[in-house]
Design a protein around this ligand. Structure first.
Ligand code: 2DT
Ligand code: MG
Length: 215
């Protein structure tokens, strides 16, 4: 007889404005989980390594100009092209800690406030993707983010645009969201994340079903 399926992994997404500390916290959480014996991987969107991801990278670094609607669909396609592998990993018992997902997709395009690119339009292409078991939102004011040494050189890394993105994120909050005060120390934030993530990993291991966006 076949071996029983392993307990499934948890799908943990990190969102928040630039400079809030997402990448640092994601990296620390993955190391912690692995040290606890929980199989875990760090993923990020956009995944700039694929053919679609390379187009996105050229756009973000201003080497290419792409129509706003078209690039929005590329970001979504970049999630769809990884979605089968994502589900296979979860089913095989690997917890995925994912730096940005469809919420960034909607928030960044909707923040452009272009006619025709409203929230509903922005959400449509991601409908049906695997939904995260938890979304950890690292909350930091634009002033505090700017005080951390300023933004980088990429497209979108401007204080006035980041403010609009934050407003869009607020309207995307749902039941799976956990708000985390990102103005605390790295260690204090990580401690809260470990506790919250541990509970979600346990819930998923007990068989909580994976949902779909935007159900
Ligand atoms: P990083 O700095 O995290 O590499 O993100 N973005 C991201 C979008 O506009 N749409 C999306 O769907 C995603 C996932 C946020 C690069 C920038 O890309 C933006 C910042
Ligand atoms: Mg960035």
């Amino acid at each position: 007889t076949a071996a029983p399926a392993p307990p499934r992994g948890a799908f943990l997404v990190f969102e928040g404005a630039d400079r809030a500390g997402k990448s640092t916290q994601c990296g620390l959480l993955v190391e912690h989980l692995k040290a606890q014996g929980v199989p875990a991987e760090l993923w990020r969107f956009p995944d700039r390594t694929t053919a679609i991801g390379k187009m996105i990278d050229a756009y973000l670094t201003s080497q290419a100009e792409i129509d706003d609607a078209a690039v929005h669909l590329l970001f979504s396609a970049n999630r769809w092209e990884k979605s089968q592998e994502l589900q296979r990993k979860l089913a095989a018992g690997t917890t995925l800690v994912v730096d940005r997902y469809a919420y960034s997709g909607v928030a960044f395009t909707a923040a452009k406030a272009k006619p025709g690119l409203d929230r509903q339009w922005c959400q449509a292409p991601d409908a049906g993707l695997p939904a995260p078991d938890a979304v950890f939102f690292l909350s930091l004011s634009t002033e505090a983010a700017a005080a951390r040494g300023g933004y980088g050189e990429e497209r979108y890394e401007k204080a006035d645009f980041q403010k609009k993105v934050l407003e869009q994120f607020q309207s995307l909050r749902g039941p799976a969201w956990r708000m985390v005060d990102a103005s605390q120390s790295v260690e204090a934030i990580q401690q809260q994340l470990r506790e919250a993530a541990g509970a979600v990993v346990a819930r998923c291991a007990r068989g909580a079903p994976l949902g779909r966006l935007w159900e």
